[in-house]
Ligand binder design. Structure first.
Ligand code: I3P
Length: 109
């Protein structure tokens, strides 16, 4: 699965709160492949990037959990992603169908 999303970092690995200055929303072209969520500036990112770049902004989703962020009311169509290493992100999608599709895809790969 692929598509544009907005991402906000809430907690870094080991549940450490993401510091101010790095907590903003940022747009990415997101590609889910082989249990890794790759985040690029745009849809050409994969082609242009070295594998080391690809891994730089990648999130491993093995043993991760995606849930609708019903408690986050500032934006619509947002889901929360909690990873095995206890990082936490919010992702805003374009509509409720995309939201369900991302949540299901992440949880059932
Ligand atoms: C953050 C940015 C986020 C905001 C976050 C700020 O500042 O304004 O949009 O989250 O608030 O810390 P920065 O870009 O300097 O990191 P919301 O959009 O959810 O309000 P937070 O610290 O309460 O998460």
């Amino acid at each position: 699965k692929k598509g544009y999303v907005m991402r906000k970092c809430c907690y870094d690995a080991n549940g450490k709160k993401t510091p101010f200055g790095r907590r903003g929303w940022k747009m990415f072209y997101c590609t889910l492949r082989d249990l890794v969520l790759y985040l690029h500036k745009d849809e050409h990112g994969f082609r242009r990037s070295q594998m080391s770049d690809n891994l730089h902004n990648a999130i491993r989703i093995h043993h991760a959990l995606a849930t609708k962020a019903t408690d986050y009311t500032k934006k619509q169509h947002v889901f929360r992603l909690q990873t095995a290493d206890q990082a936490e992100y919010l992702f805003q999608t374009s509509d409720s169908k995309e939201l369900c599709s991302w949540v299901e895809t992440i949880n059932f790969v």
